[in-house]
Write a protein that binds this ligand. Structure first.
Ligand code: GLP
Length: 260
């Protein structure tokens, strides 16, 4: 696990975007796992800039998103399909049939989740998975106590998560209680993991993820079991790490061949 602490969310997002861009250049047919929420927005803006200014080509890229609300259509203002469409897909040249999100309007969630897992398998698995993190350590919508072996399935949101997403739905009461999410076992199968966290509200979750025990109570701590993980932080999100100095020294002393 490599912990990269930079002076700002913008600097960390730009560096993480370079990692994604490198993957797309080296493997134009790569499969990216994508995340929603406020955290990856600056990274997506940087990918869009690279697409326009540097010709970064996404036409053979395939994407899978982590999660979606259940019971709303893809054009609902709170849906992750709409967020991804407006925030990223509309600005890149990924063919729309290569962008995969779980269908929140499905009447058969179990079949939808199984079909999603099959699509990931048929695409050859996910090469690079982007992750944000909830204040309680959740990744995707795998709330605390989610099985570390879980697959794509229905989950019930915690009150805290519903509250933190109330803004997109005009109040907590309107946030769908159920969601579909890749499981932790699904996420861990991606070849490379890139987790971003910014701001002090994420500091406890990051400290538990990086320096606490591996536990289903902090779903992101599962990343300690993965062999290729980078965690990009700003000062706020890193503020409760006991070994921050060591992570900074390690990053500063990287040999050139290991740099992003
Ligand atoms: C939701 C999403 C997660 C995301 C988290 C944090 O729960 N399902 O994938 O990481 O929110 O969101 P934000 O980046 O807005 O803090």
């Amino acid at each position: 696990m490599e912990v990269i602490i930079l002076e700002s969310a913008q600097a960390a997002s730009e560096l993480a975007a370079r990692l994604v861009a490198r993957r797309v250049r080296e493997l134009p047919e790569c499969t990216l796992g994508l995340a929603t929420g406020g955290t990856p927005k600056a990274l997506y803006a940087e990918l869009i800039r690279m697409h326009h200014d540097e010709g970064l080509d996404f036409k053979r890229v395939t994407t899978f998103n982590l999660d979606e609300y259940l019971g709303i259509p893809g054009d609902h203002p709170g849906s992750y399909r709409r967020e991804m469409q407006k925030g990223l897909f509309d600005h890149l040249n990924i063919p729309s049939d290569r962008t995969h999100l779980l269908d929140g309007s499905t009447h058969d969630p179990i079949a939808e989740c199984a079909a999603f897992e099959n699509r990931i398998q048929r695409a050859g698995g996910i090469d690079l998975q982007l992750l944000g993190i909830g204040g309680d350590g959740h990744i995707g919508f795998n709330e605390p106590t989610s099985s570390l072996a879980s697959r794509t399935r229905i989950k019930t949101l915690t009150r805290e998560t519903r509250m933190s997403h109330a803004g997109h739905f005009g109040g907590e009461a309107n946030v769908p209680p159920h969601v579909l999410t890749m499981g932790i076992g699904t996420i861990l199968e991606a070849e490379e993991q890139v987790l971003l966290a910014f701001g002090e509200s994420k500091a406890d979750a990051i400290a538990a993820t990086v320096e606490g025990p591996v536990t289903a109570y902090v779903p992101a701590s599962c990343l300690q079991m993965h062999k290729n993980v980078r965690i990009f932080l700003d000062e706020g999100a890193a503020s409760k790490l006991k070994r921050a100095r060591y992570y900074r020294e390690t990053f500063a002393g990287k040999p050139d061949w290991q740099r992003v």
